[in-house]
Ligand binder design. Structure first.
Ligand code: FES
Ligand code: FES
Length: 199
């Protein structure tokens, strides 16, 4: 039995210790806001917080985060102490950031972790922090504007009505291999035998 603190509540999981946290969230706990994208730590769709830091749940075995505090998109508002939505979620809605939406819970979790670490990030810091979160709809311009809005900086308000822009000048750098801020073992979820559900 593996115990975690999930969205401020204790949870016990009777699963294979090597099960990726992503599968435990989605298939065992029915928290489907966290998405499966690549399964290899390279797209950011599965981003959650472990002890307040962004982590790729698809490459994190459940055994590696035992007794740790996990926050998913479902718990982000509570964690921030706001009524129903975190500042990031409010900004995402105001800026109409999502297109298809598939990547966006991961985007918001990464953005929230950024703002916790750097309350007033500049453009370079936003790009550097968010570069591991891929959006195939090209919503990067609105993501940056929303992050600045959530940080209290309205410089990019004009982007509120901006169309998705996928030109190279407006896309974030391509992703690098996954890094684990907490020093937890990283592995390839695609090698884990499990029938994970879709969206
Ligand atoms: S699903 Fe792509 S990084 Fe986890
Ligand atoms: S909104 Fe479609 S992948 Fe990001």
């Amino acid at each position: 039995m593996i115990k975690i603190i999930l969205n401020n509540k204790p949870v016990e999981l009777d699963v294979d210790p090597q099960m990726p946290l992503l599968y435990a969230l989605r298939d065992e706990l029915q928290l489907t806001g966290t998405k499966f994208g690549c399964g290899a730590g390279q797209c950011g769709a599965c981003t959650v917080h472990v002890n307040g830091k962004a982590m790729r749940s698809c490459v994190t075995p459940i055994s590696a985060i035992a007794e740790q505090a996990i926050t998913t998109i479902e718990g982000l508002a509570d964690k921030q102490g706001n009524l129903g939505e975190s500042a990031v979620q409010v900004a995402w809605r105001e800026f109409k950031v999502p297109q298809c939406g598939y990547c966006q819970s991961g985007q918001m979790m990464s953005a929230a972790a950024l703002l916790k670490a750097i309350p007033q990030p500049n453009d370079e810091q936003i790009i550097e922090h968010m570069q591991g979160n891929i959006c195939r709809c090209g919503t990067y311009k609105r993501i940056k504007a929303a992050i600045k809005s959530a940080a209290g900086n309205t410089t990019d308000l004009a982007a509120n009505n901006a169309s998705p822009n996928t030109s190279p000048a407006n896309t974030l750098p391509s992703n690098s291999l996954p890094t684990n801020n907490n020093g937890v073992e990283i592995f390839d979820a695609r090698k884990f035998t499990h029938d994970s559900k879709g969206a």
